[in-house]
Write a protein that binds this ligand. Structure first.
Ligand code: B12
Ligand code: SF4
Length: 446
């Protein structure tokens, strides 16, 4: 049986958008199913997509969706299904935390809640056997018209998952993406990623980390098979466990000389850890700063780190020879204009090598989404609007839309000045999108 994953590009094209499907693909292949990916580029029409689907001749269509991809995916699937009678399943962040909204849209037959490897295999086996589920009897799979399914526990042992199907990813110039863990235990109220922990509450722990042997074996295999120039560790908080990091650094540097980057939380790093990371080849750490106001961080975002701690951590990281990216969020519910200005002030003191700035967007399932809903800050057409990080969708009492736009422009101006200083040339339009020019991923809203 064959599944075709449609990779729905939106706004700008992302170099790698299908980590989840690449994990699933490997697992399905191991179980004798066929998998293909088809990228729906920004200029790809529905008619082009239909032709591409026909050429692949799949038995099932799969889509992995973040909230940003959702609006375009919804339109495409509705139209595709008017022409093709192929069942559609979707999974990933958005369908997991807004399943009812997805299943209300025409064309979607199944939503996968949470991890997809075993659930999709069970569904494909059932479809292949000619017994498609009519109720949500397969754990994690919500059938259109059925009730919410039970969840199976998170996959264990995580080391037994096959390595991602890299042949399906569009990794370029030897830049390789690695995932060594699933889950992040922190309580950040704006974060969609942490909601997986809540989803699995009572069933099993979502937080799992691969063993050093397993991670190093994957890198070894890659190095044997292809040119690897740089590794981007995509884990939400790579520095979660000091003992894991210490052993990893020791073994990694003995075997590889490949530079890499990670995402971290300032509270989780120590001078010794930074020294070890730098020694092993870590070139770049992205920290979520989010706000310059300790009140906003503590009361609204549930992040208790102090500004002093952030300043020390940034200094320590740069002194260890590691470049630093800071990510900021502006326009959270309850934040004032003066507090956003505190973020700008802190940015000037932190002096990161690069930074990303994101207007707060209330992702379904997050605590702050609930706050916005309860307080009436969400627009009436919330579910019809595309998610974005450039302008606020909220009707906030303490910050007007104009305030947020003007403050966002202040960040853009700072960025342009920094960029001109560094490169001596104008930013082109493609470089303006959320300032992800040098930065690949926000630990916060990205
Ligand atoms: C890698 C990553 C990226 C990469 C690739 C993104 C992508 N996948 O599209 C890059 C750098 C390009 C990126 C960019 C952005 N990202 Co990003 N990113 C991540 C990150 C750190 C890891 C995702 C990942 O690969 N996880 C590992 C895999 C194994 O897990 P998974 O994706 O959940 O997949 C499993 C299940 O969900 C399920 N599943 C997934 N898809 C499918 C499909 C089917 C058919 C089935 C059955 C099952 C299934 O099975 C998988 C295996 O078990 C997550 C944080 C996180 N922990 O999820 C944020 C995250 C997904 N990103 C986020 C955001 C906001 C962004 C940006 C908007 C950032 C910005 N501010 O500009 C952009 C836009 C990206 C986009 N395409 O919409 C949010 C999404 C929130 C939401 N509700 O949509 C997250 C959750 C971060 C956060 N803390 O809130 N991102
Ligand atoms: S924002 Fe970062 S540290 Fe906080 S829960 Fe999400 S991934 Fe973890």
């Amino acid at each position: 049986m064959k599944i075709l994953f449609l990779e729905i590009q939106h706004e700008r094209e992302w170099a790698v958008a299908s980590i989840g499907p690449a994990f699933i693909a490997s697992y399905l292949r191991q179980n004798k199913h066929e998998v293909a990916f088809e990228s729906v580029e920004l200029d790809t029409t529905v008619a082009d997509t239909i032709e591409a689907i026909k050429a692949h001749a799949p038995d099932l269509l799969g889509l992995s969706l973040t909230s940003r991809q959702w609006q375009r995916a919804k339109r495409f699937v509705a139209e595709i299904r008017q022409h093709l009678d192929i069942p559609v399943i979707t999974g990933g962040l958005h369908p997991t935390f807004a399943p009812e909204n997805v299943l209300e849209s025409p064309g979607f037959d199944y939503v996968c809640l949470g991890e997809g490897e075993e659930a999709l295999l069970d569904l494909m086996n059932a479809l292949e056997a000619g017994t498609p589920p009519v109720e949500s009897t397969i754990e994690n799979i919500w059938v259109r018209g059925g009730s919410r399914p039970k969840l199976r526990p998170p996959f264990e042992p995580i080391d037994s998952l096959p390595f991602m199907a890299r042949d399906l990813l569009k990794e370029q110039h030897g830049v390789t993406h690695m995932v060594t863990q699933r889950g992040c235990p922190f309580p950040c109220t704006y974060c969609a990623a942490r909601k997986f922990h809540d989803l699995y509450g009572g069933i099993g722990s979502y937080g799992r980390r691969r063993s050093h042997d397993n991670v190093l074996e994957e890198i070894r295999t890659l190095v044997d098979e292809q040119f690897v120039s740089y590794i981007t560790f995509l884990d939400d908080t790579f520095t979660l466990s000091p003992s894991w990091i210490s052993k990893f650094c020791e073994r990694y540097k003995d075997e590889f000389q490949i530079p890499f980057s990670v995402h971290a939380r300032a509270e989780t790093v120590t001078p010794k850890m930074l020294e070890n990371l730098a020694d092993a080849g870590c070139m770049h750490i992205t920290y979520g700063v989010e706000s310059g106001s300790e009140r906003v961080r503590k009361e609204i975002m549930k992040r208790v780190v102090t500004n002093d701690h952030l300043l020390k951590t940034f200094k320590m990281t740069q002194e260890a020879g590691i470049m630093v990216t800071a990510n900021y969020i502006l326009g959270t519910p309850g934040e004032t204009r003066a507090e956003v200005l505190e973020t700008i002030a802190l940015h000037h003191r932190l002096q990161p090598d690069d930074f990303g700035y994101f207007v707060f967007y209330p992702y379904p399932g997050t605590s702050l989404f609930e706050v916005c809903r309860e307080k009436g800050y969400l627009p009436d057409d919330y579910w019809q609007r595309p998610a974005n990080h450039r302008e606020t969708v909220l009707n906030l009492p303490d910050l007007t839309k104009e305030d947020v736009a003007e403050l966002y422009d202040q960040f853009t101006a700072i960025r342009e000045t920094a960029y001109l200083k560094q490169h001596g040339q104008q930013l082109d339009d493609s470089g303006r999108d959320n300032a992800v020019v040098l930065n690949t991923q926000s630990a916060a809203q990205g």
